[in-house]
Ligand binder design. Structure first.
Ligand code: MG
Length: 357
C-alpha cells in the first residue's frame, strides 16, 4: 500500500467556558485534521492539536510541517509505521503534534487494512477507558462548585489545576475534599507553577486531603528539582511538561525526576513513540497516564487506544472534548461515552465516520 496524498483541514471548537491553568487561559480551541489517501482506496484520519507553550508549534506551523514532510511520505507504506516515523524524523526535527496527526492516520489505515480496531492491533485486552475531569483555576467557590458538578456528572477522578497561589491551592483541596467526600480520587496539576520549597510545602499540606498524584510541580527544565521533590513528597510526582519524547522519558526516569509519566500524543509524535515511552517507564518501574491538550474526539480516540495497550499505563486524563460547546463539528465515531467511561469502537481502524475535507 502507498500513500498518494495528505489533506489538511482546520476545525474550530468553542469552549463551554474559559479554562485557566498556571501559564495559559483558553476560550476556544483549534484542531487540525489530516486525511491520508492511499492507492488502495483506504484512507486514514489523524489530528494535530499543538499547544504552543508546550510543543512549540502552532496550527499553521503544523500545516507547514506536514506540507514539508509530504513529498517524503508520498509513496511510503502507511502500514509500516516504524518506517513512517523514520522518514518523518529524517525530514524534520521535533514538530511532534504535526507528526502525531500522520501517525494517527497511519494507524487508522493499518487497522482498516487488518480488519481490526486499533486498540486490539496494539495489544488492548479491553475496550473501556475511564477518564478524569479537570477543574480549571478560578475562585475557591467556583472551583468547589465545578468539582461537585463534575462528580454529579459521574466523574470519579477529579484533577485540580493549581500553581499560582499556594495558600489558595491548599484551601481549594481542603474544600473540594470536604464537598465531594472520601470516595473521589483527587489529583493536582501545578503546570510548572511552584519552586522547590513551595512545591514541598504545598504537597505536604494537601497530602492531608488524600491527593493521589501531583503533576509537574516545577518548571519543565528542572529535572534535578523534580527528583528532589519526588523523593521527599508524600504525594507521588508526575512529569508532564518535562517529558515529551522517548529520549526525554529515558533521561527523566534515569534521574528519578518522577514516579509517573504523563504521555501525550502531541508531545511525543503519536501512538508509536507513546508506546515506546510506556516501555521505557516500565523499565524503570514507573507508571504512566495518557493525557491531552485541547484535542477533539479524533485524537482522544487514538490516545484512549494507547491507555489500553500497556499494563503500566494506569489511568487517563482524556477530558478535553467534554468542554467543547460544539463537539459535533468535528470527526464523530471512535468511541461512545457513558459518564466517565469511553468505550472504543469495535470497527476496524478507529471507527470514525467519514469527514468532508
Ligand atoms: Mg499537565
Amino acid at each position: 500500500m502507498k500513500i498518494v496524498d495528505i489533506l489538511t483541514k482546520k476545525v474550530n471548537f468553542e469552549r463551554k467556558k474559559v479554562f485557566k491553568i498556571a501559564f495559559d487561559t483558553s476560550s476556544d480551541c483549534q484542531c487540525l485534521y489530516v486525511k491520508i489517501l492511499t492507492d488502495e482506496g483506504i484512507y486514514g484520519l489523524g489530528e494535530s492539536t499543538p499547544f504552543p507553550l508546550v510543543t512549540s508549534e502552532t496550527i499553521d506551523g503544523a500545516i507547514a510541517a506536514i506540507k514539508f514532510m509530504k513529498p517524503s511520505l508520498v509513496g511510503a507504506d502507511p502500514t509500516d509505521i516504524a518506517k513512517i516515523h523514520e522518514i518523518m524524523d529524517k525530514t524534520i526535527l521535533n514538530n511532534t503534534a504535526a507528526k502525531a496527526a500522520i501517525d494517527i492516520a497511519c494507524y487508522d489505515i493499518t487497522g482498516k487494512k487488518a480488519g481490526l480496531p486499533v486498540h486490539k492491533l496494539i495489544g488492548a485486552q479491553s475496550d473501556r477507558v475511564q477518564t478524569d475531569m479537570t477543574v480549571g483555576i478560578d475562585t475557591v467557590e467556583n472551583m468547589v462548585a465545578d468539582a461537585v458538578e463534575q462528580v454529579n456528572n459521574g466523574f470519579r477522578i477529579i484533577k485540580i489545576k493549581c500553581g499560582i497561589e499556594p495558600e489558595k491551592d491548599i484551601e481549594v483541596l481542603k474544600q473540594i475534599r470536604q464537598a465531594v467526600g472520601s470516595d473521589i480520587d483527587l489529583r493536582i496539576d501545578a503546570n510548572q507553577g511552584y519552586d522547590k520549597p513551595t512545591a514541598l510545602y504545598v504537597l505536604n499540606e494537601i497530602s492531608k486531603y488524600n491527593v493521589t498524584e501531583a503533576e509537574q510541580p516545577l518548571p519543565y527544565w528542572d529535572l534535578e528539582g523534580m527528583a528532589e521533590v519526588s523523593a521527599l513528597s508524600p504525594v507521588p510526582v508526575m512529569a508532564d511538561e518535562s517529558v515529551h519524547t522517548p529520549i526525554q522519558a529515558e533521561i527523566a526516569c534515569r534521574k528519578n525526576a518522577c514516579k509517573i509519566v504523563n504521555i501525550k500524543l502531541m508531545k511525543c509524535g503519536g501512538i508509536y513513540p507513546a508506546l515506546q515511552i510506556a516501555d521505557i517507564a516500565k523499565k524503570y518501574g514507573k507508571h504512566c497516564i495518557v493525557g491531552c491538550f485541547y484535542e477533539s474526539k479524533l485524537a482522544i480516540a487514538a490516545a484512549a487506544a494507547v491507555v489500553l495497550a500497556k499494563d503500566n499505563i494506569e489511568s487517563a486524563d482524556l477530558d478535553s472534548f467534554f468542554c467543547f460547546a460544539n463537539p459535533e463539528v468535528g470527526v464523530c465515531g471512535g468511541f461512545e461515552v457513558e459518564r466517565d467511561v469511553l468505550t472504543l469502537s469495535a470497527k476496524s481502524g478507529f471507527g470514525f465516520d467519514d469527514y468532508e475535507f
